[in-house]
Design a protein around this ligand. Structure first.
Ligand SMILES: NC(=O)c1ccc[n+]([C@@H]2O[C@H](COP(=O)([O-])OP(=O)(O)OC[C@H]3O[C@@H](n4cnc5c(N)ncnc54)[C@H](O)[C@@H]3O)[C@@H](O)[C@H]2O)c1
Length: 382
């Protein structure tokens, strides 16, 4: 396999694929000579290509695209047309149309198309999902997420396209539900026309509300997700080394009474539980998933439809940001096909790489994805 892009993130992928024995990394492509020098000095046996087309013509079955977002569609498209399985770093593409085009190409050719939503391979996120799905929090009221730091500033995309894929993919995963409406507000402080601070507001059909605060302009490094339920609350703090998940047996006891005079809330201050988490590098698990999917056709945890959903949400949030932060309704018709249903569905006939994207309910057969089915509409905010 090969990696296209060896900037900030590419070296992490290269290190992992170089170490994993199930696959053989044979080449890296980057336009910058200094990055190719880095590859040659660290990995003398690996090919270093100034042009990604030379890598595609080499003997690779699969490639990873780890280049800036605006290049994802063109590079992934070329790789799929060349018959390669593709892992695209987050987000899958820069628009719904681009993402849908890649999915159609991959499905028509029975190739794996996976997106690098790395946090879903994080053992702490897996534990967070287990806690939320077990019902021990009770009815979930709301989720609050924050991803803040000083930098890394990007030139061609705003903070939302850069960071929101992490939080949105975590939300979709732990709630097992996609939002029905989204609004967003952003501010450009440092660079003209590129938001460096953004706030997203997501509404779910179950009544859950989620807020996401994103910033490249904050003194503290914060990566936190708080889920508040009527029985318990949980905080996932990715920056903490030993206490990434803390479950608080805290809450409000609401008395059942019709008499306003008797109405008095009591506060429950119970124990704090810190589950033990067996740590494994999330990116290693992501790379292993990709190789497994390429070899066996197993649908990846972070499949292309999830990539499309995340892109659709950010596209709708961008529309909201442009139009005074109005609510934008979302209809994601493929979302009600649960991952379990998809993975148990028969693979598309071919070379064993069907990815299970046929689903039996006629909504998402190969080649029928649906940019045109996505309904977004701005509605008045009251
Ligand atoms: N999963 C994660 O946690 C995570 C973290 C950081 C970045 N990322 C993603 O990784 C991707 C890369 O981000 P980055 O921060 O490394 O960017 P970067 O700008 O630091 O590096 C991109 C590299 O791609 C190269 N490149 C650009 N166009 C190319 C082309 N056509 N052919 C070959 N090489 C080309 C550039 O020369 C550069 O070296 C982005 O999609 C980003 O969102 C993911």
């Amino acid at each position: 396999m090969g990696v296209i892009g060896c900037g900030y993130w590419g070296p992490q992928l290269i290190r992992n694929f170089h170490e994993i024995l199930e696959g053989e990394l044979i080449g890296v492509a980057d336009r910058r000579p200094d990055r190719l020098d880095y590859v040659r000095s660290r990995y003398p046996r690996i090919g270093a290509f100034a042009d990604h087309r030379d890598l595609l013509e080499a003997d690779v079955d699969a490639v990873v695209v780890a280049t800036p977002i605006h290049t994802h569609h063109a590079l992934a498209r070329e790789a799929l047309l060349a018959g390669k399985h593709v892992l695209v770093e987050k987000p899958l593409a820069a628009s719904v149309d681009e993402a849908a085009d890649l999915i159609q190409l991959a499905e028509a050719r029975c190739l794996t198309l996976m997106v690098g939503h790395t946090f879903l391979y994080n053992p702490a996120v897996r534990e967070l999902r287990r806690i939320v799905q077990s019902g021990e929090l009770g009815r979930v009221y709301y989720v609050d997420a924050a991803r803040l730091n000083l930098g890394l500033f990007q030139r061609k995309m705003n903070v939302m396209w850069d960071l929101a894929p992490h939080d949105i993919s975590i939300l979709l995963h732990i709630l097992d539900e996609a939002p029905i409406a989204v609004s967003a507000d952003g501010r450009c402080f440092v660079q003209p026309d590129i938001e460096d601070v953004a706030y997203l507001n997501l509404e779910f059909a179950s009544g859950i509300n989620a807020r996401i605060h994103l910033s490249w302009l904050d003194p503290a490094k914060v990566r936190r997700t708080t889920v508040v339920g009527d029985k318990r609350m949980v905080v996932y703090n990715d920056v903490s080394l030993g206490e990434k998940i803390r479950v608080f047996d805290k809450g409000i006891n609401i008395p059942v009474t019709d008499n306003f005079g008797e109405f008095q809330l009591s506060y429950r201050q119970g124990d704090i539980t810190i589950p033990n988490i067996d740590w494994q590098e999330p990116l290693r698990l992501e790379c292993e998933q990709f190789l497994r999917s390429v070899r066996t056709g197993e649908p990846p945890l972070t499949d292309s439809r999830q990539g499309l959903t995340v892109v659709a949400i950010i596209e709708a949030a961008s529309e909201s940001m442009r139009n005074g932060s109005g609510m934008v309704k979302l209809s994601l018709p493929w979302q009600d096909v649960s991952a379990a249903e998809r993975s148990s569905a028969p693979a598309i006939a071919g070379n064993g790489h069907g990815n299970g994207h046929t689903n039996g309910n006629g909504r998402s057969e190969a080649g029928q994805i649906p940019a045109g089915q996505i309904i977004t509409e701005t509605v008045a905010v009251t």
